[in-house]
Design a protein around this ligand. Structure first.
Ligand code: C2E
Ligand code: MG
Ligand code: MG
Ligand code: MG
Length: 282
């Protein structure tokens, strides 16, 4: 009997960090239909102005609602997407879903920016910018309501290609951010050569910021860097009041994390922005 499990489906990478076990191979082959049948949904996590608690937007995070396996984490299926030649299609899918949501909200007189995640591989899709612009124009959506979060993973995609594609996005008015700042080897190179609006500090520096002096200084350095580049800073992974208060005192602009809210299905997120304009500041 088909049964849906409540939590994440737990396909763990094996010891070599490889995801090529039997179930993964099956999942990979199911990705095509997952896209055509809209099994992949965007959940929304609020982005909050730390000083006031005001919800200023959302990050869209993909979840695969699998018909038999339940919810599958992007940590599992994004690598499968990248192995299966579906990167381009998936990137377009996510952008299309996000812009559709902006249109739906517009019809409900709600305006809230959405940030989508792209991998550097998506920037090899030569027509992605045009594709995005067409959807924005068709939906009559201002481009600055869309933001691209680029994960700073080590890839074979060269920085010039990335930089060119990002500049094209910037030219059509879309906002840009560097995700997971501090985790890659190329943080400084990235931020100084790419013309981004926002730096998102990785949550690994936040989870113990109250006690880890090194992590505290990394966040502080990111803040200084952001100021000197004229970027705003978003701190990921705020899980408790102490962390929030500390980051507020440090002068961080925006935050995300379970302390404020987990990523939510769209209806719950919509209710949140309609009825709860601010989240806790203390
Ligand atoms: P990310 O873009 O850095 O997203 C933040 C991740 O941290 C999300 O995990 C989010 O649920 C989680 N998170 C948020 N607040 C907290 C917190 O307070 N504590 C902890 N422990 N975690 C928190 P998620 O949704 O599992 O996504 C993981 C990664 O998968 C994302 O990291 C992103 O790199 C990638 N991803 C997600 N959706 C997409 C997508 O549509 N396209 C691409 N290319 N990648 C995606
Ligand atoms: Mg992100
Ligand atoms: Mg991140
Ligand atoms: Mg992250």
């Amino acid at each position: 009997a088909k049964q849906r499990r409540a939590g994440w489906a737990t396909y763990c990478p094996n010891n070599s960090g490889n995801v090529d076990n039997k179930r993964h191979l099956q999942l990979r082959s199911e990705l095509n239909s997952a896209l055509s049948e809209n099994q992949i949904q965007l959940y929304y996590q609020p982005k909050v102005k730390i000083e006031t608690g005001e919800i200023v937007g959302a990050e869209a995070l993909a979840r695969w609602i699998h018909p038999t396996d339940g919810m599958i984490s992007p940590m599992i299926f994004i690598p499968l997407v990248e192995q299966s030649g579906l990167v381009q299609e998936f990137g377009r899918y996510v952008i299309r879903q996000a812009i559709q949501q902006l249109v739906t909200w517009k019809n409900q007189r709600i305006e809230s920016p959405i940030a989508v995640n792209l991998s550097p591989y998506n920037l090899l899709d030569k027509d992605l910018v045009l594709y995005t612009q067409n959807l924005l124009v068709k939906g009559n959506i201002s481009p600055e309501l869309l933001e691209i979060e680029l994960t700073e993973t080590a890839t074979s995609v060269d920085i010039q290609t990335i930089s060119d594609a990002l500049n094209d996005f910037k030219e059509i008015g879309v906002k840009l951010s560097i995700d997971d700042f501090g985790t890659g080897m190329s943080s400084l190179a990235y931020v100084s050569s790419l013309n981004v609006d926002t730096i998102k500090v990785d949550r690994s520096f936040v989870h113990d910021i109250e006690t880890n002096a090194n992590h505290y200084s990394i966040v502080n350095t990111a803040l200084t860097l952001a100021r000197s580049f004229g970027c705003t800073i978003v701190v990921e992974g705020i899980e408790n009041k102490t962390q929030m208060a500390l980051l507020k005192e440090m002068g961080c602009d925006f935050g995300q994390g379970f302390y404020y809210s987990r990523p939510l299905p769209v209806d719950q997120f919509t209710a949140m922005i309609k009825f709860t304009r601010t989240l806790p500041v203390a």
